[in-house]
Design a protein around this ligand. Structure first.
Ligand code: XMP
Length: 428
């Protein structure tokens, strides 16, 4: 792959991602690398055209000032520095798009050829090269990242990829079916579907502490995955949906080592697989675009964030099947109505939760004693803080009417008005 590339060398910059994304938005590939990258390290980028030194507030690491490798500093690549007042060459304080464009195209003579089709094509070649005729395993949840990884691998190595889809009973309505349809039928993947619903719900029975629930779901997932993978023979690689923010947010210097342990609901470190991580240099919106280029349906590519423990943290307290079904059915109604109202894709996250208490109501002239459903819809940039969405009352009234009429065991619907803080986005 000889893609024109601009490297962003991390000298403690806090805006590294802004810079890399700005360059990528100009259809030129950009990647963030650690401050101490050597000339040998640079040779891994045959299309390297220029270097941006990104300094900033935190140039001190372990009490020492961070500086780029001497040979790199004195290399012939065109360079610019941002937030490094002591460095020579083009030096700017602010990340100005015009200045960047001048640097990328006039100084470095890059061609604007990087786009998602090119990326997908190159990654497919890269996977073929890395994997050869060996076999690869992937935990396919049906989320955006694992789905895009699966689609790339299917194109690259076909039936040498085995996908395992674990249905833990905590997925949204229609999700396991969609995975089976898209990957099993349409893309012809080698797909192992594990119905682990009874097993998960059995383990979770009577457990009301949210952290305990999360732990059980995570651990059980690993066990099921290990059991299934141990039945397979001759697998050398494990594919993972690691994406760029996972790497960048852990710090460039230590990123690669940290990430491998954190992904896919924490698959154990001692699994003897080599990793295949074809989207690890993509930001989330780029992963979605890649999915579209590969022909995945919008329902899969543009889905809202969904927590690893799934509906388990929305069926509040100890999970029971009746309340879990109430969460699933009410969530499906909420999603359907938000889509009809044109809110899909415009509201960051929306879902329902069902608490473990009942309230008194009246139905068909008789007393009822049933569960409430909580509606929650929020907007956020980074999920650290969030504001509530304020949908039209008529939309909320329609959703309410459908839920109390269509979802068994529910007689009341409430809307959560709490921003984060003080409420988290999820209830558990
Ligand atoms: P909170 O509830 O902490 O959620 O405000 C912030 C975002 O993270 C999602 N979330 C999770 N995602 N595993 C995940 O993969 C989890 O255990 C988990 N808990 C919360 C949540 O849906 C929201 O988008």
């Amino acid at each position: 792959m000889k893609q024109d590339t601009i490297l962003v060398i991390d000298l403690g910059g806090t805006e590294n991602s802004v810079i890399a994304r700005m360059i990528r938005s100009m259809n030129v590939y950009s990647e963030i690398v650690a401050h101490d990258i050597t000339m040998e390290g640079l040779s891994a980028f045959p299309g390297l055209k220029g270097i941006v030194y990104a300094g900033g507030q935190n140039r001190m690491v372990d009490g020492k000032e961070v500086m780029a490798d001497d040979a790199v500093l004195h290399s012939d690549y065109p360079s610019m520095a941002i937030g490094c007042p002591d460095m020579a060459g083009i030096n700017v304080d602010l990340i100005d798009e015009g200045v960047m464009r001048h640097f990328v195209f006039d100084k470095c003579c890059c061609e604007a050829t990087w786009n998602m089709s090119a990326f997908a094509r190159d990654q497919i070649e890269e996977i073929k090269r890395q994997v050869g005729n060996e076999k690869v395993l992937l935990a396919l949840s049906g989320g955006v990242d694992s789905s895009v990884v699966a689609a790339l691998l299917i194109k690259a190595i076909g039936s040498n990829l085995t996908c395992i889809h674990v249905n833990h009973g905590l997925l949204r309505q229609g999700e396991p079916e969609e995975v089976l349809r898209v990957f099993g039928e349409e893309l012809g993947a080698n797909l192992i579907y594990v119905d682990a619903v009874d097993r998960f719900l059995g383990k979770l029975e009577g457990v009301s502490d949210p952290e305990e629930k999360r732990k059980i779901i995570g651990n059980e997932f690993i066990r099921v995955f290990e059991e299934e993978s141990s039945k397979l023979k001759g697998i050398r690689f494990l594919a993972q949906g690691t994406i760029y923010p996972d790497i960048v947010e852990s710090g460039t210097k230590t990123a690669k080592a940290i990430k491998a342990h954190h992904n896919v609901g924490g698959l154990p470190e001692d699994m003897q697989f080599e990793l295949v991580e074809p989207v690890k240099y993509l930001y989330k919106d780029e992963v979605r675009e890649c999915g579209t280029v590969l022909g995945l349906p919008d329902s899969m590519v543009y889905r809202q964030p969904f927590p690893g423990p799934g509906l388990g943290v929305r069926c509040l307290g100890a999970i029971t099947r009746d309340r879990l079904e109430a969460v699933r059915a009410s969530d499906a109604i909420l999603r359907e109505e938000f889509q009809l109202a044109g809110l899909e894709g415009r509201v960051w996250q929306y879902f329902t939760a069902v608490p473990d208490f009942k309230s008194v109501g009246v139905r068909n002239h008789a007393r009822s004693f049933e569960y409430p459903v909580i509606l929650r819809a929020v907007n956020t940039v980074d999920a650290m803080t969030a504001e509530i969405e304020t949908p039209d009352w008529e939309i909320l009234k329609k959703i309410t009417s459908r839920i109390i009429n269509e979802v068994p065991g529910v007689n009341r619907v409430v809307y959560d008005l709490t921003p984060k803080p003080t409420g988290t986005i999820e209830w558990e």
